[in-house]
Design a protein around this ligand. Structure first.
Ligand SMILES: NC(=O)c1ccc[n+]([C@@H]2O[C@H](COP(=O)([O-])OP(=O)(O)OC[C@H]3O[C@@H](n4cnc5c(N)ncnc54)[C@H](O)[C@@H]3O)[C@@H](O)[C@H]2O)c1
Length: 293
């Protein structure tokens, strides 16, 4: 398994939860130094697992928005640990800034480069191997900000909407393979570092969604957090009752699911694996629609 943006935060928790669920090998790839994270994971793994397993936790340095760097990190990771069967594109940044207050467009370019192009570069590097083996899972940490905008984070929401459009399309292009795409959408919080309990809940909820074959994996508290997160809800309550979110969020997800399934069904009928330029054709077509929620 390769996790990108795993030095701290949700990425680290996803790696921790993967180990708890029995992952045989985990690699963290991050622009930051991951040595502390690796030691922490090894210590935890050592509690219940053999010493051989301990050697299977590794880290590699790369900027996800740089295709050459991420390609090399993935090649090094596969050379050390064998072919990837799960890739988690999690790295991201979430700086705040009002559109009219920021001078120039550098802020938007940077957020798009890391949050959107980071996912594109990571998957461009990792997917060919998975598709040629016709096996694998892609997990992308997107956000409820990929479903609804909020004042002060237009760059972030723009990048997360872009990720959703990209993944919805990529999923259709992989419709005839056994490579599954999952999009985790935790709710907003106002800080870059979220509370430990929330991170653990997000990681557990994400892995549970992956195991159930869900494409869109919402927040642990989907009722309120799928569209607007807890910390923003406090201030947004001035504009509409928070309870509205509770009813609207599931409805929104349901509508999105219905529309997406209709598009998937027609893609499956209209486009063959050859037209999608896939190296293999397989029986995924049936599994995809039925597993998905
Ligand atoms: N924190 C939240 O409230 C929240 C909510 C919804 C979604 N998310 C998403 O979850 C993901 C992780 O967020 P987090 O809260 O754990 O953030 P975090 O800041 O705690 O961790 C982000 C990690 O990504 C790494 N990173 C940043 N830029 C990178 C780059 N160019 N190349 C490689 N690694 C890079 C950082 O070094 C860090 O380890 C992000 O994609 C974020 O958008 C976060």
């Amino acid at each position: 398994m390769g996790g990108y943006g795993g030095a701290i935060g949700i990425g680290f928790e996803l790696a921790r939860e993967a180990i708890a669920r029995g992952a045989a090998a985990v690699s963290l790839i991050d622009i930051a130094d991951c040595s502390k994270a690796v030691l922490a994971l090894r210590d935890e793994a050592a509690d219940g697992v053999s010493a051989v397993f301990r050697a299977k936790i590794a880290s590699f340095k790369a900027d996800v928005s740089n295709f050459d760097e991420i390609s090399k990190a993935i090649a090094d990771c596969e050379a050390a640990q064998g072919p990837l069967d799960i890739i988690i594109a999690n790295a991201g940044i979430g700086p705040c800034g009002m559109f009219l207050e920021e001078a120039g467009v550098a802020h938007w370019e940077k957020v798009m480069r890391i949050n959107f192009m980071g996912v594109v570069c990571t998957l461009k590097a990792a997917l060919p191997g998975m598709v040629s083996r016709n096996k694998g899972r892609v997990i992308v940490t997107n956000s409820s900000g990929g479903f609804m905008g909020a004042a002060g984070i237009s760059a972030y929401c723009g990048s997360k909407f872009a990720v959703r459009g990209f993944l919805d399309s990529l999923r259709l292009e992989l419709i005839h393979t056994d490579v599954c795409v999952h999009m985790a959408c935790p709710g907003f919080v106002n800080t870059t570092m979220i509370r430990q309990a929330q991170k653990e809940a997000v990681a557990r909820y994400t892995w549970r969604g992956v195991e159930r074959g869900q494409y869109v994996i919402g927040s642990p508290d989907t009722g309120g957090n799928m569209l607007i997160g807890s910390s923003l809800a406090a201030s947004s309550a001035r504009y509409y009752p928070a309870s509205l979110e509770f009813f609207l969020a599931p409805l929104f997800v349901l509508l999105h699911t219905i529309i997406r399934r209709a598009v998937e069904a027609s893609t499956r009928k209209v486009l063959t694996a050859a037209e999608l330029q896939l190296p293999l054709s397989s029986a995924k077509s049936d599994a995809m629609g039925s597993k998905d929620e």
